[in-house]
Design a protein around this ligand. Structure first.
Ligand SMILES: Nc1nc2c(ncn2[C@@H]2O[C@H](COP(=O)(O)OP(=O)(O)O)[C@@H](O)[C@H]2O)c(=O)[nH]1
Ligand SMILES: Nc1ncnc2c1ncn2[C@@H]1O[C@H](COP(=O)(O)OP(=O)(O)O)[C@@H](O)[C@H]1O
Length: 402
């Protein structure tokens, strides 16, 4: 049978009891030891719900520090459990939370965190939300200026408004006439954006046609937090950066039927000066070459007749969402109980919610299978499986895979 998971509550901090009292009074809840460090998580915001702030105690130096926290932390809950997982991240299970919002990972020494650590020169931790199965992967769409990326994305968002969400990039270029700040782009100052890039807030950034463009981690998370599948419209350099990051995505490159068509579309759009058009056409040649780089794009679509290209795009994205909608519903209907015990066997966790007061067929115990995890910060941690346990037999008899 499985080992009992240690109680990663503040009891682990006996040695530092004055600090422990202080931490308790501030609402800190769990302390997890990873190597020479203790990660203390919690914090009270309004007295009823507990927040997810992080403090780190270095056992070697005896110094507490507040790390740089990347990614969006879980919303305040009525409490949480913390269990070390794979020695590089802490599994956080929030109490009294719907199944689609209960599993989080605080990454403390994953490759992403180590890289950011090196760049920023400070202690870094990163939040990543756990999602079941493969989850819908973000979609990266690239292609030269004027090829029709925006047009295709708008069609998709219009036809499937609750399925897709657009990752709103930051840019230092000036807004076009009909562009709205925060909707099409976050229009920003160069120095401000450069500082935010240095602070690790961006998933990727690139200089394109003389301006700085970039995808913030927050932009991608805002879409996934809304339960939508994220679409990124970024240039080939950005696609390359995302490809080499730990964010798993589907990469699609859009080509024009001919260079002449591209030029005509760009001019007819009428949003650029002649000088800018010339620059974009010059860059288009290199982009079209790079689009063919082996292993970079999963799919190449020619946007000749718009409707045909759109149909092919939908085919690639496998737009049968019925099964997913049913699944999402069941994830919302089931909840991790307020009180539970948690035990761990290899990479599986048994969350035992005790007796079911209603005596009804509502599961209060669950099994979380984390043996096939992939991804992680700066994106979601995918591959989780959650099973509800039959409350009538209270045995390891999975009634359904949620
Ligand atoms: N790397 C990167 N490229 C971006 C981002 N946002 C937009 N782009 C790319 O920047 C280029 C110029 O975009 P834009 O100024 O809107 O012009 P348009 O493509 O002609 O409509 C396009 O190739 C976009 O795909 C971003 O966040 N990161
Ligand atoms: N298949 C197509 N045939 C003809 N014109 C198109 C097609 N797709 C897009 N367009 C037009 O080309 C111009 C550029 O498209 P847009 O979506 O802005 O490109 P991008 O976002 O790639 O820069 C727009 O005026 C758009 O209406």
């Amino acid at each position: 049978m499985g080992e009992e998971a240690p109680e990663y509550l503040l009891d682990g901090l006996d040695k530092f009891s004055p600090l422990r009292c202080d931490l308790e009074s501030q609402g800190y809840q769990t302390a997890t030891t990873v190597g020479d460090k203790i990660y203390v998580i919690g914090g009270s915001d309004d007295g009823t719900k507990l927040s997810m702030n992080v403090k780190v105690f270095d056992k070697l130096t005896g110094i507490w520090s507040i790390p740089t926290v990347l990614g969006t932390k879980p919303v305040p809950s009525k409490g949480h459990s913390a269990v070390l997982f794979n020695n590089d991240r802490i599994l956080i299970l929030t109490r009294d939370s719907p199944l689609d919002d209960c599993t989080w990972f605080l990454e403390v020494s994953t490759p992403f965190v180590k890289e950011k650590n090196k760049i920023l020169g400070t202690e870094v931790v990163a939040w990543s939300k756990g999602v079941r199965g493969d989850g819908p992967m973000p979609i990266v769409i690239s292609g030269p200026s004027g090829v029709g990326k925006g047009t295709l994305i708008s069609k998709l968002m219009k036809e499937f408004p609750s399925t897709f969400g657009f990752s709103v990039s930051h840019t230092t270029r000036a807004p076009r006439e009909k562009e709205v700040d925060g909707v099409h782009y976050h229009f920003t100052e160069r120095s401000k954006m450069e500082k935010e890039i240095m602070d690790g807030k961006f998933l990727e950034s690139a200089l394109v046609h003389g301006n700085l463009y970039g995808t913030s981690i927050e932009a991608v998370e805002a879409v996934t937090d809304a339960g939508k599948r994220c679409i990124l419209d970024i240039d080939v350099q950005g696609a390359r950066s995302v490809r080499s990051s730990s964010l798993e995505a589907i990469f699609i490159f859009i080509c024009p039927p001919s260079f002449e068509d591209l030029e005509k579309r760009l001019r007819d759009r009428g949003t650029e000066t002649e000088e800018q058009v010339q620059k974009r056409l010059r860059n288009a040649k290199a982009e079209l070459d790079q689009g063919k780089s082996p292993g970079l794009f999963d799919h190449i679509l020619v946007n000749d007749v718009l409707e045909t290209c759109y149909k092919n795009l939908k085919k690639i994205l496998g737009l049968d969402e019925t099964a997913d909608a049913l699944y999402q519903q069941s994830m919302k209907n089931h909840k991790i109980p307020l009180c539970y015990s948690i035990s761990k066997t290899d990479q599986k966790f048994l969350i035992h919610g005790g007796s079911n007061e209603l005596g009804a067929a509502t599961p209060t115990s669950f099994m979380l299978d984390a043996s096939l995890l992939k991804g992680g910060a700066p994106g979601r941690t995918r591959g989780l499986k959650i099973y509800a346990i039959d409350p009538l037999t209270d045995s390891l008899n999975w009634i359904e895979q949620l």
